[in-house]
Write a protein that binds this ligand. Structure first.
Ligand SMILES: C[S@@+](CC[C@H](N)C(=O)[O-])C[C@H]1O[C@@H](n2cnc3c(N)ncnc32)[C@H](O)[C@@H]1O
Length: 323
């Protein structure tokens, strides 16, 4: 697929660009390069930066490589999962980075292409793998829906989709097996939800589709290790920036960043640290930043975004302790 056909509007792009302004010259790992929108904005705004972009989706890799080709010597794109970011960097001869960006979740292109099976809006196969090449070994949504026991389906829908009617939906899915298309699954989910609840807000299958997508791609399992790798790779003054769109994802980002910012300090709040914890970063802001109302109006997919950032401490600052 060419970049021209790859339409994804980067979210909170000005905030992301500003956050990387103060970092030392070097490489930013864009761990979720997608169509290359954030990466392109970073390269345009900051001549002191280069980008190594990763994506587990081959269509995204092709689109980003094409889009970033106008920055010769400053951009490289690789097909990889972000939990392999240290390996990719070291294969390219880099032991450190000045930044890392995680723009989590799916791209608009993945959602909008019916054959990828991500959306209840488009009839397609029950796939939902971000790496449709099969090289990642992930199971398809169809395999999960048709093979998992009812209790496990209910857990996936409740924990990953925060779906109130998880048990009813899981029971209906098991009764309707085998399911092979997004349209069949969307209809089963809709019919399992009580009629008054169906009429409120989003499509009744939205939460279930999100939960299955997260399960298929093991999104929450991969994230903590990848954030740790990214923070370890940073030079002093380097920054790790994460955009999350799902509460579970944001909880992980917040807790990983807090862990790095406190060094795991367990001392009572308000007292000086006596446990010897050594922080490796500082939080750039205490609270997550949200998109403006104008951005959400122009791009409704930005609505749930939460932006968090940390900055790597110099060893002398880190040694001063957690408080
Ligand atoms: C929201 S999009 C990123 C869009 C990008 N920032 C842009 O401006 O075009 C998220 C991308 O992350 C990729 N992705 C999600 N999880 C990943 C993982 N564990 N490893 C690598 N890529 C991942 C998806 O395939 C998707 O292309």
């Amino acid at each position: 697929m060419s970049e021209g056909a790859y339409h994804h509007q980067p979210v909170m792009v000005h905030d992301v660009v500003d956050l990387f302004g103060p970092v030392p010259p070097g490489i930013v790992v864009d761990a979720t390069v997608g169509g290359g929108g954030h990466a392109e904005a970073l390269l345009e705004a900051h001549p002191h930066l280069a980008v190594v972009g990763l994506d587990r989706d081959l269509d995204a890799v092709a689109a980003a490589a094409e889009r970033l080709s106008r920055f010769p010597g400053r951009a490289q794109v690789r097909h990889a999962r972000f939990d392999g970011l240290v390996t990719v960097m070291s294969d390219l001869g880099h032991q450190v980075a000045t930044g890392a960006l995680f723009d989590l979740g799916v791209s608009s292109v993945q959602l909008d292409r019916a054959e990828r099976g991500f959306s209840h809006r488009h009839p397609g196969p029950l796939d939902m793998r971000m790496d449709a090449s099969g090289s990642g070994g992930e199971r398809t949504a169809g395999e999960i829906v048709n093979q998992e026991p009812e209790a496990e389906l209910a857990r996936i829908l409740a924990e990953l989709g925060e779906e109130r009617y998880a048990s009813r939906i899981a029971r209906a899915i098991v009764a309707a097996r085998p399911l092979s298309t997004t349209a069949e699954l969307a209809a089963v989910v809709r019919d399992a939800i009580p009629a008054p609840a169906r009429r409120r807000g989003r499509h009744p299958a939205t939460r279930s589709f999100q939960a299955l997508r997260i399960a298929v791609n093991e999104e929450l399992d991969i994230l903590p290790g990848a954030l740790e790798q990214a923070v370890d790779l940073l030079v002093p003054g380097g920054r790790c920036v994460a955009l999350a769109y799902h509460s579970g994802e944001d909880r992980i980002v917040k807790s990983c960043f807090r862990q790095a910012a406190t060094g795991g300090c367990t001392c009572p709040p308000g007292l000086p640290c006596g446990c010897g914890a050594v922080p490796s970063v500082r939080l750039v802001r205490l609270a997550a930043r949200r998109p403006s109302a104008a951005e959400v109006e122009a791009n409704p997919r930005a609505a749930s975004a939460r932006l968090r950032a940390v900055e790597k401490l110099a060893p002398a600052d880190a040694a001063r302790g957690a408080r």
